[in-house]
Design a protein around this ligand. Structure first.
Ligand SMILES: C[S@@+](CC[C@H](N)C(=O)[O-])C[C@H]1O[C@@H](n2cnc3c(N)ncnc32)[C@H](O)[C@@H]1O
Length: 215
């Protein structure tokens, strides 16, 4: 099987997950993404800051950021279905502040051109990139697209977190592992170990981290 076939299958896998389940029954659903919003508040971004949400899915984070009057949101996902669900939920005036981009974060095409990002946000996405080449491609994209002074919020399963999510194996992280992959140009501002209780009442151990690009 060549890599393009794998990519199609992954896209189908995620499309099916969003087709089969209402958003609030997805294992990663948060009614209010409280911790993410606390981390984002720490960045003190202007309302017109360019905010990139990697693997956004149909997350309620977008609704929360729109309520906070952010005007330049970019939601990416490999699943077109997920982004369509998200768009259906929003009003026309909200959609005016959101650009949706279907693209693979590990084999980016359109995403290569999204420069000058002031906040790169990823919750529960990076841990699906198992191969070294996928991780390298993903962190290269962050390094080339986040502006100097910009922020990177990465939240992923911690080492004692679940081994699988949505039927897929995951690669679990510590803060230091993120630091090693981002490199010395990114300074750690904050990290927190967090236990997320999913919609089925199960605990999921996460590590939340916030970095800033220095140069
Ligand atoms: C566990 S969900 C998390 C969704 C959202 N970040 C949240 O916190 O609610 C993982 C998301 O990553 C997306 N995804 C997985 N692999 C991807 C890739 N290679 N490129 C872009 N998105 C991807 C999936 O479609 C899914 O929406």
């Amino acid at each position: 099987m060549d890599t393009s076939d794998c990519r199609v299958n992954l896209q189908e896998h995620w499309d099916k997950a969003y087709e089969k389940n209402p958003t609030e029954k997805l294992g990663w659903f948060e009614e209010v993404p409280t911790l993410s919003l606390e981390f984002i508040a720490r960045c003190k971004l202007k309302e017109n800051a360019k905010i990139f949400i990697a693997g956004a899915g149909s997350s309620t984070l977008m609704d929360a950021l729109l309520d906070l009057n952010y005007t330049q949101l970019i939601a990416n996902d490999i699943s077109r279905e997920a982004l369509e669900l998200l768009e259906k939920r929003l009003s026309d005036s909200q959609k005016a502040h959101l650009t949706c981009i279907v693209d693979d974060l590990t084999k980016p095409t359109i995403l290569k051109d999204i420069k000058g990002i002031e906040l790169w946000y990823d919750r529960a996405v990076v841990h699906f990139f198992l191969k070294k080449e996928e991780q390298q491609a993903y962190f290269n994209l962050i390094q080339s697209n986040v502006k100097i002074g910009g922020y990177v919020l990465l939240a992923a399963f911690a080492l004692d977190g679940a081994e699988k999510c949505c039927g897929l194996e995951v690669f679990r992280y510590t803060t230091q592992m993120f630091q090693d992959r981002l490199g010395d140009h990114f300074k750690l501002l904050k990290d927190v170990n967090h236990t997320f209780i999913n919609p089925f009442g199960d605990s999921r151990a996460y590590v939340y981290t916030l970095f800033q690009r220095k140069e």
